[in-house]
Ligand binder design. Structure first.
Ligand code: ADP
Ligand code: ZN
Length: 618
C-alpha cells in the first residue's frame, strides 16, 4: 500500500509547531483567516465547530493538528470518492494517511487496521457507517487517537438536504472518547442548523468558528431565460472556452440532451445523473477530475465532495430549490480563489414547476412551510434589483457593507418601472378568465390575439381582452414571472400550469398599491473580457509565456499519470504559474514557490527544475 511504502521512505516528521507543518508539508506561506485560531484550539485539546465556505480551507484545520498532536487523527467523511482523493493528495505530500470504507477487501482493511495499531498513521479517513460498528470502536480504543474530525457535519441535521442517519450516532464519540478533541466542519449551515449540529454531536461546549461566507472571486449572474441552450453556448464560448465547468439541470432527460448539445458543438461534455449505471458515473467523474477542460452536465446528484480546485464556471439551467442549494452548487466554482462565474438562467416556467413540486410533495405542513420560505428566498435573489451578493450573504447571516461590484446587478444595474397598471391588468385577466389558464393563454387574451381557443371560450368578450398591447409577449412574461415569484399568483397545485390569485394580491388588483417591477435587461453579448474590469484577470490571460505554460502542464500531466492521481494533486495551476513567474533554478529556490512542500520538492523537484531549464534553453 502507498502509505506503507511512503512511511519508510519519508524522513520521519518530528512533531512540530503548526506554522512549520504549514510550510514544510503543505508548502504554504500563511494560514488563512481563522485557520490559525482553529488549529490552535484543536492542538490544545479543545473542541471546535467550524463553518467555512467551500474552498475556505477546512481540511487544513484538522490536517495540521493531525500532524502536530501525537497519535492518529480519525476523519469521518460521508463520501467515499472524496476520501480516496484526499488520501491520495496527502500521500503525495508525504503524509501517512489511509482510509477504511466499504470499497476495500478484507486484506486491505486488515493492513490499514494494523498500521493504525502500530501508530504508523497520521490520518485515518473513515465512512460514518463503518466508524459506528462496535468492531471499529474497539479498534480505536486500542489505538492512540489524536482527534476526531467530522466533515460535512450538516449531514446530522434532519432539516438539511443531506441528512444521513449514521451521523446521529456520532454522538457516541463524546461518550466513548471523552479526552479526545473533536472538530466538526461544514460549509452550509444557518444558525439553527449550527445549534442542531452542536446538540446532536454533543459539541455544546465547543468553540464556534464562523468564517465570512463571501466568495469574492465568484461572479454571480442570473438572467431571464430566453433560449437557454443558445444562452449557455454564448456564455461558455465568450468567457469559458476550454475551461472546466459544471452545468446543472433538474431532470435526467435534460442532462442528457444538454450534454449532447454541448458535445455537438465540440465541447467535452459528459452527463452525470442517478439514471446512469455506477461504472459510467464513476468514469465521467474520473474524467472530470483528471482531464483538462471537461464540462459535466449533471443533476444535483453530482458534486458533493468534489474538491477540484479549478472549476471555472457553474451554470444552472434550472432554478435550485433553495439558496442553500444554490450556494453549495455555485461554491464548487473557483476553490483556488481565481475568478470564476456562477451563471444561471431562469424563467416563469421554473417558478411554476418548483412551486408545483413543492405543493405536491409529501411532507407535513411545517415541512412545506419551511420549503416555501426557502424557495421564496431563492426567487428573491433572482428578482432583486440591488447587489446579489449582499442578498446572498445576508441570508447566511453575513453583512456586506457595500455593493460588491462583481455581480450582474452591480455591473449592469437593472432598471425598474412602475408596473401598477400592468399588474392590475394581468391580475384582472386571471380573474375574468376564471383562474383556469396558463400564462401563454393569458398573454394572448391581454394582447387581443385571435386564436381559436380564445374565440371558442368567448374570452374575446371579457373586459381584459386586448387591453395589453403596449407590452410585448416577453415583457408580459416578465410581469407574470414576478407576480408568481413574489407570491401574488400561484400555480395550480394539480398541474396544468394554470394561475390563480392569492389573498396577497387584493390591494394590487384594486390598484390601491403601487408596484415597481424589474425591467429585465436585454441579454448583453458578453465581451469575453473579465467583467470585474480586469482587476483580477484569469490565469490564462496573465500568462505571457504560453509555450512555457504548456510545457509545465505537460510535465505535470505525465507525473500525474505515473502516480495515478489527478493533475491538481501534483501541483495546482497557481503553483505552476508561480513557477513560471519565478523561474527557480535550484531546489531551495523552488521550495519558495507557493504550494511546494518538502515531499513534493523531493519527489518532483529535479524533474521540474529540468523542465524549467529546458524552457530557458529553447
Ligand atoms: P474546503 O474543504 O473548505 O472546501 P479545502 O480544504 O479543500 O477547502 O481548501 C481549498 C483550497 O485552498 C485547497 O486547494 C487548499 O490546498 C488551499 N488552501 C487551504 N489553506 C491554504 C493556505 N493557508 N494557503 C494556501 N492555500 C490554502
Ligand atoms: Zn454585487
Amino acid at each position: 500500500m502507498d502509505f506503507e511504502q511512503l512511511s519508510t521512505e519519508r524522513p520521519t516528521l518530528s512533531r512540530k509547531d503548526p506554522e512549520q507543518v504549514l510550510h514544510e508539508v503543505f508548502g504554504y506561506e500563511t494560514f488563512r483567516p481563522l485557520q490559525g485560531d482553529i488549529i490552535h484550539e484543536v492542538v490544545n485539546g479543545g473542541d471546535a465547530l467550524v463553518l467555512m465556505p467551500t474552498g475556505g480551507g477546512k481540511s487544513l484545520c484538522y490536517q495540521v493538528p493531525a500532524l502536530v498532536r501525537p497519535g492518529t487523527a480519525v476523519v469521518i467523511s460521508p463520501l467515499i470518492a472524496l476520501m480516496q482523493d484526499q488520501v491520495a493528495a496527502l500521500n503525495e505530500l508525504g503524509v501517512r494517511a489511509a482510509f477504511l470504507n466499504s470499497t476495500m477487501d478484507f486484506a486491505q482493511a486488515r493492513d490499514t487496521e494494523n498500521a493504525l495499531m502500530t501508530g504508523e498513521l497520521d490520518l485515518l479517513y473513515c465512512a460514518p457507517e463503518r466508524l459506528i460498528q462496535p468492531r471499529t470502536i474497539d479498534l480505536l480504543h486500542n489505538a492512540s487517537i489524536s482527534l476526531f474530525a467530522i466533515d460535512e457535519a450538516h449531514c446530522v441535521s434532519q432539516w438539511g438536504h443531506d441528512f444521513r442517519s449514521d451521523y446521529l450516532e456520532l454522538s457516541l464519540l463524546a461518550e466513548q472518547f471523552p479526552g479526545v478533541p473533536r472538530i466538526a466542519l461544514t460549509a452550509t449551515a444557518d444558525e439553527r442548523t449550527r445549534k442542531e449540529i452542536a446538540e446532536r454531536l454533543s459539541l455544546t461546549s465547543a468553540r464556534h468558528f464562523v468564517s465570512g461566507f463571501d466568495r469574492p472571486n465568484i461572479q454571480y449572474r442570473i438572467s431571464p431565460k430566453v433560449n437557454a441552450n443558445k444562452q449557455l453556448l454564448d456564455f461558455i464560448k465568450a468567457e469559458h472556452d476550454g475551461d472546466c465547468g459544471i452545468v446543472y439541470c433538474l431532470s435526467r432527460n435534460k442532462v442528457d440532451a444538454t450534454a449532447r448539445m454541448l458535445a455537438d458543438k465540440g465541447y467535452t461534455a459528459l452527463p452525470y445523473h442517478a439514471g446512469l449505471n455506477a461504472t459510467e458515473r464513476a468514469r465521467n467523474q474520473e474524467r472530470f477530475l483528471r482531464e483538462d477542460g471537461v464540462i459535466v452536465v449533471a443533476t444535483i446528484a453530482f458534486g458533493m465532495g468534489i474538491d477540484k480546485p479549478d472549476v471555472r464556471f457553474v451554470a444552472h439551467l434550472d432554478l435550485p430549490k433553495s439558496l442553500e442549494a444554490y450556494y453549495q452548487e455555485t461554491g464548487r466554482a473557483g476553490r483556488d480563489g481565481k475568478p470564476s462565474t456562477a451563471w444561471m438562467v431562469y424563467g416563469l416556467q421554473d417558478v411554476i414547476k418548483l412551486r408545483q413540486m413543492l405543493e405536491a410533495s409529501m411532507g407535513n405542513d411545517h415541512f412545506k412551510r419551511v420549503e416555501r420560505q426557502k424557495l421564496d428566498a431563492m426567487l428573491g435573489l433572482c428578482e432583486v434589483t440591488s447587489c446579489r451578493r449582499q442578498v446572498l450573504l445576508r441570508y447566511f447571516g453575513d453583512v456586506l457593507e457595500e455593493a460588491c461590484g462583481n455581480c450582474d446587478t452591480c455591473l449592469n444595474p437593472p432598471d425598474t418601472w412602475d408596473g401598477t397598471v400592468a399588474v392590475q391588468k394581468a391580475l384582472s385577466c386571471v380573474f375574468r378568465t376564471g383562474q383556469r389558464y396558463g400564462v401563454t393563454y393569458l398573454i394572448d387574451v391581454l394582447r387581443g390575439s385571435e386564436n381559436e381557443r380564445i374565440l371558442q371560450f368567448g374570452h374575446d368578450k371579457v373586459s381584459t381582452y386586448g387591453i395589453g398591447t403596449e407590452l410585448s409577449v416577453n415583457e408580459w412574461k416578465s410581469v407574470f414571472r414576478q407576480l408568481v415569484a413574489n407570491g401574488y399568483l400561484r400555480a395550480d397545485p394539480e398541474g396544468y400550469g394554470s394561475l390563480q390569485l392569492t389573498e396577497q394580491c387584493r390591494p394590487l388588483l384594486k390598484g390601491k398599491e403601487p408596484i415597481q417591477l424589474r425591467k429585465d435587461p436585454a441579454p448583453v453579448k458578453s465581451s469575453g473580457r473579465n467583467a470585474s474590469g480586469g482587476a483580477r484577470a484569469k490565469i490564462s490571460e496573465q500568462i505571457t509565456d504560453q509555450a512555457g505554460w504548456e510545457a509545465l502542464r505537460a510535465c505535470r500531466k505525465s507525473l500525474a499519470e505515473q502516480q495515478g492521481v489527478p493533475p491538481y494533486v501534483i501541483f495546482h495551476d497557481t503553483t505552476l504559474f508561480d513557477m513560471l513567474e519565478r523561474r527557480p533554478t535550484t531546489l531551495s529556490e523552488l521550495a519558495e514557490v507557493n504550494g511546494v512542500g518538502a515531499a513534493k520538492l523531493e519527489k518532483y523537484g529535479e524533474i521540474i527544475l529540468q523542465a524549467l531549464a529546458d524552457l530557458n534553453r529553447n
